[in-house]
Design a protein around this ligand. Structure first.
Ligand SMILES: *Cc1c(COP(=O)(O)O)cnc(C)c1O
Length: 347
């Protein structure tokens, strides 16, 4: 088994973008105030407000699970519930963190359509029951881009947030790969968030070329009341916060976040275009962001693994997820495609 110079396993396999590393080095300037009272954190917040064209409240935490769990816990009391697609990261990949941090709130899951929450799921769960034995729906969450590599359009988001707001629900967006969705939609961050009715969102840094950390954005500022206490109590307030926040300066200045996302999306499209040329390979979802989901004969997948490729098996027998990132090289895509050709002809 040979070690590959680059893998297509996940966007968090990739290293740190040079602009981010440079921003961290700039922040490594002798002494600065701690816990976010430093000039880099102030600048990062200001840049986020500019990019989103909104006077919003901004916070930073160490990772995406905390970002989701703490924003949802801020919205929900222990007797509330959250409406989500069954594929949502908060449902399948966060070890119950949202329920834990909110002290007991429950997640209602709707069957996803290409990774998306169907619009009528909101009415369905709100109208299903309204007695006090039923966890009261309080929030709706969507993931952008979705766990299946698809992207909501601003119109699709608006349809969901309209329904949610009719019932006085708060809409949270898991934006671990928000940049990829902005790139695919070719619209502004504002059009894909608060202008489409999003109330609170997480804005991913790690998978976009950051080292670690996510930004939290409250478009409805009143929802952020006392949120710093929640970050502190849950162990998510960095004392040297400037090294998390400064990364967002590196990502936002000169729209590096979009450059990184566009590159990742383009590499995914290249990979998908090549793979669907093989009769033995079928795309499971449209490739829009930076993930490519394919079905191939299990023996071919096994051969690829034996030749050193790592990937996650996802839905169904033979279904595999491939992911590109800000630094995926075209040669890596080509090497994978060539090995696929061999694996498929040998079986
Ligand atoms: C990666 C990811 C997160 C964050 O995960 P952490 O490992 O906790 O940083 C959140 N949502 C989605 C959709 C993700 O893919």
């Amino acid at each position: 088994m040979s070690e590959k110079p680059q893998q297509l396993t996940s966007d968090n396999y990739s290293g740190v973008a040079p602009e981010v590393l440079n921003a961290i080095i700039q922040a490594n300037n002798n002494y600065a105030e701690s816990y976010g009272n430093d000039p880099w954190t102030v600048e990062a917040c200001e840049l986020i407000r500019q990019k989103f064209e909104c006077d919003c409240e901004v916070f930073f935490v160490f990772n995406g699970t905390a970002a989701n769990a703490l924003t949802l816990a801020q919205i929900c009391t222990p007797f509330h519930s959250v409406i989500a697609a069954d594929t949502a990261h908060i449902v399948t990949d966060e070890c119950g963190a949202p329920g834990f941090f909110s002290g007991g709130s429950q997640i209602f899951t709707a069957t996803n359509v290409n990774g998306k929450l169907p619009v009528d799921a909101v009415d369905y769960f709100v109208n299903k029951r309204n007695d006090l034995h039923y966890p009261k729906p309080r929030a709706v969450t969507i993931t952008q881009s979705t766990e299946c590599g698809t992207c909501y359009t601003p119109q699709e988001i608006t349809a969901i947030t309209r329904q949610a707001h009719t019932h006085d629900l708060v809409v949270q967006m898991d934006g671990a790969r928000f940049a990829n969705a902005v790139a695919w939609n070719n619209c502004t961050p504002a059009e894909l968030s608060w202008k489409a009715g999003i109330d609170v969102m997480t804005f991913g840094g790690s998978k976009n070329g950051g080292m670690l950390g996510e930004a939290l954005i409250f478009f409805r500022k009143e929802l952020a009341e006392d949120f710093s206490y929640r970050c502190k109590q849950s162990g998510q307030l960095g004392s040297k916060l400037r090294f998390i926040s400064a990364q967002f300066i590196g990502l936002l200045q000169n729209d590096i976040f979009l450059k990184n996302a566009r590159h990742a999306n383009n590499m995914a499209q290249y990979l998908a275009d090549e793979l669907i040329k093989f009769p033995g390979i079928k795309l499971m979802f449209p490739t829009q962001a930076n993930a490519v989901f394919v079905e191939m004969p299990p023996r071919a997948a096994e051969k690829l693994q034996n030749s050193g490729w790592h990937f996650y098996s996802f839905i169904g027998a033979g279904g595999i997820r491939l992911m590109t990132s800000w630094n995926t090289r075209p040669e890596t895509v080509e090497a994978f495609v060539n090995d696929c050709r061999d694996a498929l002809t040998l079986i």
